[in-house]
Design a protein. Structure first.
Length: 239
């Protein structure tokens, strides 16, 4: 594992929407992160999640605004690794918050949970934040899986139905309205053009399908590792 991951995580140049989207870089980082699923590396897990948000800007600028919250949450996770310099992986960070009994703090409930004036009065837990990033990964898995379905021909329908199935039930009304509005304004390009944009392959070829399945498989490994941790800690319902 790269011993320099902390410096990479804190380098703003590695988390810049202006840097062109590169699926090969995403693949490489996901591959590294998947090598130790019980100790998810912060940089190699968070960086590809951030990079994958660029897909939505490339499809539609309106759609990118609907998912801008994901880049904010990646930024929150990066900040937490500054606060806990001795923490070496994502599960360890989440475990530290459980140990300190601050894992439920979401920025709005802090006062009611006894942190009105102390150092945690504005704290937003990594436990809550990373769970939302796992939801985003689940959404991507659903989208990419539908892309491989020959019966799914409309990019807008793929994005919309995936949102309805994965994220809408977890989002408050205002967020659903914002994303819904963004979806109605999407999407430029045909399905094949979007596949080329996302994966730089032709999904009609055997090699193209295999590459998309590889990316889905990597995402599923990391997503499952995270969800399994939340199940073990009974934290799947964090508000």
């Amino acid at each position: 594992m790269d011993k320099n991951w902390r410096a990479l995580l804190q380098d703003d140049k590695n988390f810049d929407q202006k840097v062109p989207y590169d699926i090969k870089s995403v693949e490489e980082k996901l591959t590294i992160a998947s090598k130790d699923l019980d100790h998810l590396n912060p940089y190699y897990t968070l960086s590809p999640i951030y990079d994958l948000t660029k897909i939505f800007y490339n499809i539609s600028s309106a759609l990118s605004m609907g998912f801008s919250d994901i880049t904010t949450k990646v930024g929150q996770m990066r900040e937490l690794f500054k606060e806990y310099p001795n923490v070496e992986n994502i599960q360890q960070l989440l475990g530290k918050e459980i140990e300190l009994d601050i894992y439920k703090l979401n920025g709005d409930n802090n006062s009611s949970l006894g942190h009105k004036k102390d150092e945690y009065k504005k704290y937003v837990s990594g436990c809550r934040t990373f769970l939302r990033l796992l939801w985003f990964m689940e959404y991507l898995i659903k989208v990419f899986t539908k892309i491989l379905d020959k019966n799914e021909t409309s990019v807008k329908k793929i994005l919309g139905s995936s949102y309805d199935e994965v994220l809408a039930p977890r989002h408050p009304w205002l967020v659903r309205q914002a994303v819904g509005a963004a979806l109605t304004l999407s999407c430029r390009g045909t399905k094949e053009e979007v596949v080329k944009l996302c994966f730089n392959v032709d999904s009609n070829t055997k090699e193209g399908k295999e590459y998309i399945l590889k990316i889905i498989g990597l995402l599923e490994k990391i997503w499952k590792a995270g969800i399994d941790f939340y199940k073990q800690c009974d934290m799947l319902d964090l508000k």
